[in-house]
Design a binder for this molecule. Structure first.
Ligand SMILES: Nc1nc2c(c(=O)[nH]1)N[C@H]1C(S)=C(S)[C@@H](COP(=O)(O)O)O[C@H]1N2
Ligand SMILES: [Mo]
Length: 546
């Protein structure tokens, strides 16, 4: 092992110890953010919009762990470099550590719910400990920088920390490799294992803290009210059997919460204690107010069927799900702040929803007051909101894509003018985001080999707020169209299932579907990318019948 390699190992191990300690304390206390997650978060925020959604949309849940890993590994590599650097200059090495501290502090202070004092202590303490470990390993190898203001004395205070097996004389002789290879490996291996163990413990702790944050509900679920001040919730009856078509491959009419698509820029969902949560309503309103969770629950609540979809959903894609949301009408919440439709003006044209993690979305305030069932939601599918879907409170607005409307972890509503541009708008997505009428083929897929006879071609179609009036299926690439059988419409805001019974004979086929909304408008055939206004075109599937 040459000296440069040892120095790099010392740096990497020091970095690992720092990471481990930082992760451990963030797991112990919810108001100290995770450094690698905060740094990754800032990277996502600085990415151009298309790239960020693409990454989140296509790699799905894999994208964020990959990013966090890249952040951790490149930081460790940098620490290795600092180790090598400190052979010639301790000062430069320490300068590098100061740089790391600055980046870490900048990143964590943009996180929601930060305790400043504890966070600074955690960051500096972890980096200090990591630096000490690296310094110790460098010393033990006699590799300390020559510029070091006070060269360590042989047999100094560090001696007591050496394990039995390490001979102090050897360890602190100056110049060249002193500790034998085995001892060095033992020392650094031990420190690395400690760092890893601390990281694991921290991850485990923060995971379980997340559970605690979202398990406050009474076992009876939200429908019975999560708090004592709750008024009764108008619940929905079970969906009629006619609203579902039983064909293999058909998605559930109501998407189970665990399967509900997930899109956000949060690497780890904000952990919010609902007793500490409040909703501020301000900006161009007559009566700015702050509502507690109890206040919200004291307003009349309802259950509502709303299909939610993401603007980055490709034609035929899976970024759409249907939920049964429990919440208070957004218009009722706005009324508490003195907002009414006839009082809207230029200054209050746009409604901004802001989240605990600083994300924001905005849409025309009018659309919250035009009679649609826009909800300040605190429940999903009969239970409270899952952490990743916005616990404790989020917005759900029928007919609008999520990126302009569906703020999760909602903490603030502000009425502003139309010129104000939020997160995704600055990144090139359309300012108005009504959901495009669309249909998807679910029961057969590309390259399927089917046997001749009856083939059930089915799926879902949606045009939230307008409803679906007709779905047609073509098996000859759009030359001729056949009416599909429609399931009962659960709600105008919900997707609707359809099936076409196709009498298939052997051959190659190109199948397409198209939907017509409740206003008689058929979805456009024109193919468009998701950016800026949502994908359009007919979902097309190629199959072979044998
Ligand atoms: N705080 C916050 N809310 C957010 C987002 C986000 O990144 N942060 N993403 C939005 C987008 S783009 C969509 S499509 C929906 C998705 O909601 P879901 O993850 O519950 O399906 O949430 C919206 N709400
Ligand atoms: Mo989205």
């Amino acid at each position: 092992m040459n000296t440069r390699f040892r120095a790099a190992v010392a740096g990497v191990v020091g970095g690992g110890v720092a990471f481990g300690l930082a992760e451990l304390v963030q797991g112990l206390y919810e108001l100290i953010p995770s450094i690698p997650i905060a740094v990754s978060q800032r990277i996502i925020e600085l990415m151009p919009g298309g790239l960020a959604t693409e990454a989140i949309g296509t790699l799905g849940s894999a994208a964020t762990p990959i990013l966090v890993s890249v952040v951790v590994l490149s930081t460790l590599a940098f620490c290795g470099f600092l180790g090598v650097l400190s052979r010639s200059s301790t000062l430069l090495g320490l300068g590098g550590v100061a740089l790391l501290a600055a980046v870490a502090l900048l990143a964590v202070f943009s996180e929601p719910f930060v305790s400043p004092v504890f966070t600074v202590l955690a960051v500096l303490g972890a980096l200090g400990a990591g630096t000490a470990v690296a310094g110790f390993l460098l010393d033990a190898s006699g590799l300390r920088g020559s510029e070091s203001p006070e060269p360590r004395e042989a047999g100094g205070s560090g001696q007591g920390r050496l394990p039995e097996g390490v001979r102090a004389r050897e360890a602190y002789s100056s110049g060249g490799i002193a500790v034998d290879r085995r001892s060095f490996l033992l020392l650094s291996g031990g420190a690395a294992v400690a760092g890893l163990a601390a990281t694991g413990a921290g991850r485990l702790l923060s995971g379980s803290a997340g559970e605690v944050a979202s398990s406050g509900a009474t076992g009876a679920g939200v429908a019975s009210g999560g708090g004592s001040a709750a008024s009764a919730v108008e619940t929905l009856p079970a969906p009629p059997p006619g609203a579902s078509i039983e064909v293999p491959g058909m998605p559930d009419l109501i998407t189970p919460s665990d399967d509900f698509y997930l899109i956000d820029t949060a690497i780890s969902s904000p952990r919010i204690n609902r007793d500490r949560w409040s909703l501020n309503i301000g900006g161009a309103v007559d009566n700015p107010i702050e509502l507690s969770y109890e206040d919200l629950l004291s307003l009349p609540a309802r259950e509502s069927d709303i299909t939610l979809s993401c603007v980055s959903n490709e034609v035929g894609g899976g970024l759409i799900s249907h939920g049964r949301w429990t919440g208070v009408l957004l218009s009722d919440v706005l009324a508490e702040a003195g907002v009414a439709r006839d009082k809207l003006g230029r200054a209050s044209e746009q409604l901004i929803g802001r989240s605990a993690d600083g994300w924001e979305a905005g849409f025309r305030t009018e659309l919250a007051l035009d009679g649609r069932e826009a909800l300040v939601a605190f429940g999903m599918n009969g239970d409270e909101l899952p952490t990743k879907h916005g616990y404790p409170v989020r917005l759900v607005v029928p007919g609008l894509y999520g990126y302009i409307s569906a703020t999760k972890w909602l903490t603030e509503i502000e009425l502003v003018d139309w010129d104000y541009d939020v997160y995704w708008i600055k990144r090139g997505w359309a300012k108005e985001g009504p959901v495009q009428t669309q249909s998807r083929i679910d029961t057969v897929s590309n390259d399927d080999e089917l046997s001749a006879g009856t083939v059930q071609v089915g799926g879902v179609a949606w045009a939230p707020t307008r409803g679906i009036e007709r779905v047609e299926v073509s098996t000859d690439d759009g030359e001729t169209w056949n009416d599909a059988r429609l399931a009962e419409q659960l709600d105008e805001d919900a997707w609707r299932q359809y099936v076409y019974e196709w009498d298939a004979s052997p051959g190659d086929y190109t199948i397409k579907a198209r939907a017509t909304d409740g206003e008689g408008e058929t979805q456009t055939e024109e193919e468009a990318e998701p950016i800026p206004s949502g994908a359009t075109g007919y979902h097309t599937v190629n199959v072979t019948v044998r």
